[in-house]
Write a protein that binds this ligand. Structure first.
Ligand code: MG
Length: 156
């Protein structure tokens, strides 16, 4: 068994789609980044790479590479899942914490779980998504950005 931890943060800016866990969330702010800046997928990718001892997202998908400009992070996740399979690992479970002051994520959690299940080839019950505000504290609390943490357990 191998465990991996991932963390990501992106800045919230006006007039950009807010994509979290592969799902478009209704909001007047979105996350700034080279790709679609989906912090949930990015934290999950880093957790998977970490568990495999395979470095980090920046090494695999550099933000200087025009191929990844505005790319759906579900595609980056799908590529990472390919690596998981090539290395003969299976995923036991995924646990994610999303930190975002607003909007409320509860109505989208099931959709996010389904999108991640589809891309990872897991059952929805193997993926847990928790969303929390930051109690108005710090940059997340001020609505300046969003962050996500992910933990995965791999079996070989
Ligand atoms: Mg990122």
């Amino acid at each position: 068994m191998r465990v991996g931890l991932g963390y990501d943060v992106h800045k919230l800016i006006p007039d950009r789609p807010l994509i979290l866990g592969g799902v478009q969330i209704k909001s007047s702010f979105g996350l700034e980044g080279h790709s679609d800046a989906d912090v949930v997928c990015h934290a999950l990718i880093d957790a998977l790479l970490g568990a495999m001892g395979a470095g980090d997202i920046g090494e695999h998908f550099p933000d200087t590479d025009p191929r990844y400009k505005n790319i759906s992070s579900l595609k980056l996740l799908a590529h990472t899942i390919k690596l998981v399979k090539e290395n003969n690992y299976t995923i036991a479970n995924i646990d994610i914490v999303l930190l975002l002051e607003e909007p409320k994520i509860t109505p989208y959690k099931k959709k996010m779980q389904d999108a991640l299940a589809k891309t990872t080839g897991l059952q929805s019950q193997q993926i847990n998504i928790k969303a929390s505000t930051n109690e108005k504290l710090g940059f997340i609390g001020r609505g300046e950005g969003a962050a996500a943490l992910a933990v995965v357990l791999l079996n070989q």
